[in-house]
Design a protein around this ligand. Structure first.
Ligand SMILES: [Zn+2]
Length: 185
């Protein structure tokens, strides 16, 4: 992909995440592989802001000024779950709430969930730490989405669209679990 194609995807997916209420609170961040590193959204930036402001990070851990404060997670995913070429981190409310009530996984019950993500791993680690980065990267070695407990989703895939789809899927599955519980009462 060219840098312009990545900026265009960042803009399109950022707007979707924003309008679909998947990045409440302090927004989230996105990245996509490019050359020997990856483009990542700027720290504190709105995901529907100008995508050309994204910064290029190398994979060797040197930090580019302005990179999202969650760059450690993105670097760990690209280094350890090598099949992934893009990452979306969001804060969807139902997924975050449910992650606080389970031990280490969420078993999905709707047909889409059972097909694409029958079990969503919940990992621990404070925002910005290497502990979180390692746990997320390990979880994404054999999956497309994990949830950082009480924090948000980290989804990865072959491109930003696939990472977005798994973000949306995780929230949808958690909504279904929530509503079925409510209806049973
Ligand atoms: Zn976050």
């Amino acid at each position: 992909m060219t840098d312009q194609e990545i900026f265009s995807d960042l803009s399109r997916i950022g707007k979707r995440l924003f309008t679909e209420h998947l990045v409440g609170g302090n927004f989230g961040n996105m990245s996509a592989r490019y050359a020997d590193g990856y483009f990542i959204t700027r720290t504190g930036s709105y995901l529907d802001a100008d995508p050309a402001q994204a910064v290029l990070m190398p994979l060797n851990g040197r930090v580019t000024p302005g990179a999202s404060s969650e760059w450690r997670v993105h670097t760990a995913i690209y280094n350890e779950a090598e099949q992934h070429a893009a990452v979306v981190h969001a804060h969807p409310a139902h997924a975050v709430a449910l992650s606080l009530l389970v031990e280490d996984e969420i078993r999905t019950i709707d047909s889409e969930g059972k097909m694409l993500a029958p079990s969503i791993t919940v990992v621990d680690g404070a925002p910005g730490t290497q502990e979180l980065a390692d746990a997320v990267a390990k979880g994404l070695r054999s999956a497309n989405v994990v949830i950082a407990r009480g924090h948000g989703t980290f989804a990865a895939g072959k491109d930003l669209d696939q990472a977005y789809l798994f973000t949306s899927l995780a929230e949808h599955c958690c909504k279904i679990l929530h509503y079925t519980k409510l209806y049973r009462q």
